[in-house]
Design a protein around this ligand. Structure first.
Ligand code: HSE
Length: 311
């Protein structure tokens, strides 16, 4: 990296969190993406290097989630002709349900903002990051980008206006993430969802979401556990993930507070009230998927409160 450049890290995230489809997500400590920004030679923003993407990501700014998010910011501040170079180093898998495109978008916009010392807050940048992620996803929702940029667990009252709230996280919460090596494209995973749901299921889900938020503020682990139940989306997507219900049973028997699909899948997450239980979930996952001869990655993490950082 040249002396004039800066490097940022934007973390992976778990969206939906069982009870908040498109409106709830939290950041992980790892994995995540690295973005480097430095002065360029030609007018405008150029992507000069992409690693870790297996040639799958476009260098065209208008088609790249990190590039487009940064470009929307540059438009906003009237600097689209500023010579800038961007490097994108993907350190996490695509189509994994861990907010890979969101991490790139959050990192891209944050890196440019830091480099140019725009003075804009992370919240000010959120809109541009969501617009960047929308290129990959098709829809405008901040349940991955919000946590990746701002850190913590983000509740979105309204995606259109980005009316968001960072929630309180009780002491001791750990997350076990299990990523089976298959790719599920978010667009496709969204495409299978029914557009109409049963009224009674909406009532149940509302109760679970409201109780989950209340439980987070009161550190009521019993209520967190009773609330973490997705009656709307998990039943429609679980079949996409090999051995999902077996893994869920294993996680709950290892003491997890709750277990569900991370974002659009295939990753799964278990929320636990301490690291020992999260480790136990990971041990069970390693054994279960080894028996099935399927390759997985696992991540043990606290909830990351910082989101995108310069480092
Ligand atoms: N809420 C989104 C979904 C997350 O589950 O489709 C992935 O973008």
């Amino acid at each position: 990296m040249s002396k004039s450049g800066i490097k940022v890290f934007a973390p992976a995230s778990v969206a939906n969190v069982a009870v908040g489809f498109d409106i709830l997500g939290f950041a992980l400590e790892k994995p995540g993406d690295e973005i480097i920004i430095r002065d360029g030679r030609e007018p405008g923003l150029v992507i000069t290097e992409i690693t870790g993407a297996g040639g799958k990501l476009p260098y065209n700014i208008q088609k790249n989630t990190a590039g487009y998010a940064a470009y929307r910011l540059l438009e906003h501040i009237g600097e689209t002709k500023r010579p800038l170079e961007m490097e994108i180093h993907k350190k996490m898998p695509f189509g994994s349900g861990l907010g890979s495109s969101a991490a790139s978008a959050a990192g891209g916009v944050f890196a440019v903002s830091e480099f140019l010392r725009t003075g804009l807050s992370k919240y000010d940048l959120l809109k541009f990051a969501v617009e960047g992620e929308q290129i990959a996803d098709g829809d405008f929702h901040a349940d991955n980008v919000g946590p990746s940029l701002l850190g913590g667990m983000i509740l979105i009252r309204d995606n259109k206006t980005l009316d968001i709230k960072k929630l309180h996280i009780p002491h001791g919460i750990y997350v076990a993430v299990i990523y089976p090596h298959l790719e599920i494209l978010t667009r496709e995973s969204r495409g299978i969802l029914k557009t109409e749901v049963k009224f009674n299921d909406v009532i149940l889900q509302q109760g679970n979401l409201a109780a989950f938020v209340a439980a987070m503020y009161t550190s009521d682990y019993g209520l967190i556990s009773r609330s973490l139940q997705d009656v709307l989306v998990e039943p429609q997507r679980a079949h996409l993930i090999p051995h999902f219900f077996e893994m869920k049973e294993a996680a709950m028997s290892a003491g997890a507070l709750g277990f569900s699909i991370s974002g659009a899948g295939p990753s799964m997450f278990a929320l636990c009230d301490n690291s020992i239980k999260a480790e136990a979930v990971i041990e069970k996952a390693i054994k279960l998927y080894a028996d099935k001869k399927l390759t997985i990655n696992t991540y043990l993490s606290k909830i990351n409160h910082e989101g995108a950082i310069r480092y």
